[in-house]
Every structure is written in C-alpha cells, then in structure tokens.
Ligand binder design. Structure first.
Ligand SMILES: [Ca+2]
Ligand SMILES: [Ca+2]
Length: 481
C-alpha cells in the first residue's frame, strides 16, 4: 500500500534530510522505523500538557509532548479498558465489533474473527521483533509476541485507606521509595532491558503500565508532593444534572457494576474523602509518569533513539466527581479525553500541539502507514500522517465514541453531541464550556449544529448485552435494521 500521505511523509523526510542534515539522523530505510508503544491505564487529562487539573504533574509526559506531536483532544473509542483497547489493538470500532464492556461475552478473541489481526501480530508478520509487557490488551492475546510478560510482582501497600460508607476507591502507600520495587517499575525495567538489547530486526516494544488504575497505590514521595490542604477539587455545580435527559442522569449517578454505592453521595458524606481521592489519583499519575520517564530515558540512551517512533496513550478518561460521576464509563469530556502523543522521527509537526479531535482508533492505521506494513483487513479510524507532516492540515473528521449498544458521543470541531439509545441528546460547546455545564441540545440557535453532528452517528451497530450493563438495559437499543 503506497498511500499519498505516506509518500508525502517520505518526501518531507527527504527534504528535511537535505535541508537539515544535522538535525535528522536516519540510519535505516524509512520502513525500518522501530516503535516504542506506551499505554497508561486509566490516565485522564490530568497531565501537565493537557491542563485538565491545575495540580497534574507529569514532567516526563510533558517533555515527550514538547518533542513530539501532542494531541490535545484525543478520545477513546469507548470509555472503559476492554472495548477501548480492543478497538485500538484490532483496528475496529466498538459498535462494529460489539465489544462494549468487561463481561466474558465481550472477549475480543470470541467476537472478532481471526482475520482481524491485532497490531502487534501485523508488526511480527512484517518482520519485526515484538515484545510486550503489562496491560496492552484487556483480554489476553497470545498471538504476535516474540516475548511477553503480563505482570511482574512488586511490593504491596503498607498502608491502605478505608474511607467508609462502602466507598470502593482504594489507595495506599507502597512500602518502598524505589520505583523499581513496584510492579509497574519492574515492567519499566523489563522494557528498558529490551531497549538495551542489540536488535537485528526492527522492533515493536510495548509497555502497558497498570497505574493510575485503582487501587491508587504509589510510593510515599508521590503523595508527599501534595499537601491535602491545598488540593483543588473539580468544579461541580450542584444543579449540573438538571439539564440532562434521564439517560444522562442515569449514566452520571448509576451504580455501574464497579460500585455498590452512589459514589458521589458517599464521598460527599465523608469529611475530606474527595480531597484524599483527588490527591491519590494525582500522586499515582505522577508515579506512572516517572515510569514512563525511565523508559523514555533508556530509549534516548540507546542506539535506537533516532529511528524509533514513540506512541503514548491513555485508554480512556476518568471522572473524580465531575457530573457527580466517579470512575470511567461516561460519554463526557472527562470520561473520554486521554493523553496521546506521537513522536515520529523527522515528523514536521514534532514540537506542535494539534487541537483538532482525533481518536485512539487512529493509532493502528497511523502506525501501519508510517511503517509501511501490509494489512489486508479493513481498518477503522484514520491515518494521522497528514497531521504529523503538517499540523495546519485541514482536518475535520468526526470522532465517534461508543458506550454500550446505541449510545454514542460525536466530537467534531469544538462540539460534542451525546446521543443516547432512547433518542435523547446532549450538546456542548467544549471550547466555550469545557466543563460541559450547559446542555444546548434544545437551544434554538444550535439546531443546525446538532443536525450536522447527528449525521455522524452510526446507523447500525452490533447488539451484545453484557451482565454489567443489565441495570441499563432499557437505556440501550437494538439497531434499526
Ligand atoms: Ca483503563
Ligand atoms: Ca448542566
């Protein structure tokens, strides 16, 4: 496959080599890029470069964002680990695969045909050495790895906090100050060892950090950075849910299989609980960032720094009270926006921020495009190579996010349309109203915007209902055949 965008990329690289021979060092053929693929579980936009929280502290991710192409409005295909990763790694939208959640019924290996190859297998089939550790897939995928370690045990938490009131949001201090004693730290060390090897073939090395997924356990130094008294809580207007349709209210406050209580109500009833949770999430995110930093430092110190593409992504967002919602599983900005950075050698947009909405669904086609891999299957999403070449490119593609059968969000330009399976909707201007406080779906001035966004809603989707969604069953709809 020789796509025009790939051709343009090579052309730009060639121009860069002629014009700036000292700034671009490419020792191999363009198709021999290595890939360092970094996934961070449950990392929302509370990272420095995205500014989702003023106390977000992620210096290593921010450095990568400055060196590479920093996507500021990147969204998950679905707001929960399993379907987001399935979509990303197999190149198929959740509404086409039917992988919406975490029940066994959504197991990717069961509902996606063998002909839809995972990304790492395509690299392996293309002559790459493939090594992975940690959480890349949600449902284990044995195909396509030369080496793989899912987990490497680390020290346990020496203190665990119980907030009471049935709140099941655990956090604690790990019994070490050395990151390399922790589970994620050991995964980072495993990836570092891979980068220090002498590789005969181009490589695809993947690391999936488990934090900041719950429980929010991290070494003490990360908690100590933040005084509880200074913690800033997200802005949550008391009447925020009043302009939501019933389906929106249900998704905001329902007990969704991960919790047996109304999280927001329980947290409000325990003095200081909200601050402790915000601090624990921020601390664990900084801990994750430190592990990212060690891997990136190892790449810089290796022989592969100049010809390795680095991709970093979080698998979905996370609410800490916004919309009176906790955890993932929402179609709002905080539940769906993630960090996403691509640093490709010689890419003209390196060092730039790209503000148009893009999807993690775009990662697979982008890497296939950059590395010139042969792929027979249909790939959902778009290659972002035109944006990597020219950050000013016209790019007005809608991003579609699924949450169970028939519930979608569309992000396009500065707008978000949420369409629930019962037909009710929310509409927000994310630029002027980043907290999405004002639902404009019924505002007379914005009906043409609403209609335009509706055109991007999938007309058909696979209907598969998992157990965890049972209390939402009436909120889901079968496709109109
Ligand atoms: Ca996740
Ligand atoms: Ca509102």
């Amino acid at each position: 496959m020789e796509s025009p965008s790939r051709y343009m990329y090579v052309l730009c690289m060639a121009v860069a080599l002629i014009c700036f021979p000292t700034t671009v060092v490419v020792s191999q053929d363009f198709k021999d890029f290595n890939v360092l693929f970094i996934a961070v579980d449950d990392l929302n936009d509370w990272v420095g470069y995205l500014g989702g929280h003023p106390q977000g502290y992620t210096p290593n991710i921010d450095t990568l964002a400055k060196e590479g192409v920093a996507f500021t409005h990147a969204y998950c295909p679905a707001p929960v680990c399993g379907p987001s990763r399935t979509a990303l790694m197999y190149g198929i939208f959740p509404h086409r695969s039917g992988s919406y959640g975490h029940d066994e019924i959504y197991n990717a290996r069961k509902i996606i045909g063998d002909a839809q190859l995972p990304l790492n297998l395509v690299f392996q089939n293309s002559g790459y050495y493939t090594a992975g550790c940690g959480k890349i897939f949600h449902y284990p995928e044995k195909r396509g790895w030369d080496e793989y370690r899912r987990q490497i045990g680390g020290v346990a938490a020496k203190t665990k906090n119980n907030l009471g009131k049935g709140i099941q949001l655990g956090f604690g201090v790990l019994d070490t100050d050395n990151d390399s004693d922790t589970g994620d730290g050991r995964l980072a060390d495993w990836a570092i060892e891979q980068l220090q090897r002498r590789h005969e073939k181009p490589f695809f090395i993947a690391i999936g950090l488990h934090k900041p997924h719950l429980p929010w356990d991290a070494p003490k130094k990360y908690f100590d950075r933040l005084d509880l008294k200074t913690i800033q809580l997200p802005e949550v207007p008391e009447d925020d849910l009043e302009d939501l349709p019933e389906a929106g209210k249900l998704f905001a406050r329902a007990k969704v299989g991960f919790s047996r209580v109304d999280d927001h109500q329980a947290i409000a009833e325990v003095d200081g609980a909200w601050e402790k949770l915000v601090r624990a999430y921020l601390a664990t995110s900084t801990f994750a960032d430190a592990n990212v930093g060690r891997v990136l430092d190892a790449l810089k110190a290796s022989d592969y720094s100049a010809n390795t593409i680095v991709v970093l992504w979080g698998d979905h967002g996370w609410h800490l009270g916004e919309k009176q919602h906790w955890r993932k599983m929402s179609l709002w900005e905080r539940g769906t926006r993630t960090p996403f950075i691509i640093k490709a050698p010689g890419a003209m947009a390196n060092g730039k921020r790209i503000n148009v909405p893009v999807s993690l669904q775009d990662i697979y086609p982008t890497l296939v495009n950059l590395c010139e891999l042969e792929v027979e299957q249909k790939l959902d999403g778009n290659s972002l190579v035109p944006l990597l070449m020219n950050p000013e490119s016209d790019w007005d593609k809608p991003v579609v996010i699924s949450h169970g059968p028939g519930n979608f969000a569309v992000r396009k330009g500065s707008w978000r349309l949420i369409h629930y399976a019962d037909g009710s909707e929310e509409l927000y201007n994310v630029e002027t109203d980043p907290g999405e406080f004002s639902n404009l779906a019924n505002h007379p001035d914005f009906q043409s915007t609403r209609t335009e966004l509706q055109e991007h809603l999938p007309r058909n989707w696979r209907y598969i209902m998992g157990k965890r969604f049972k209390n939402f069953e009436n909120a889901f709809a079968k496709p109109q055949q």
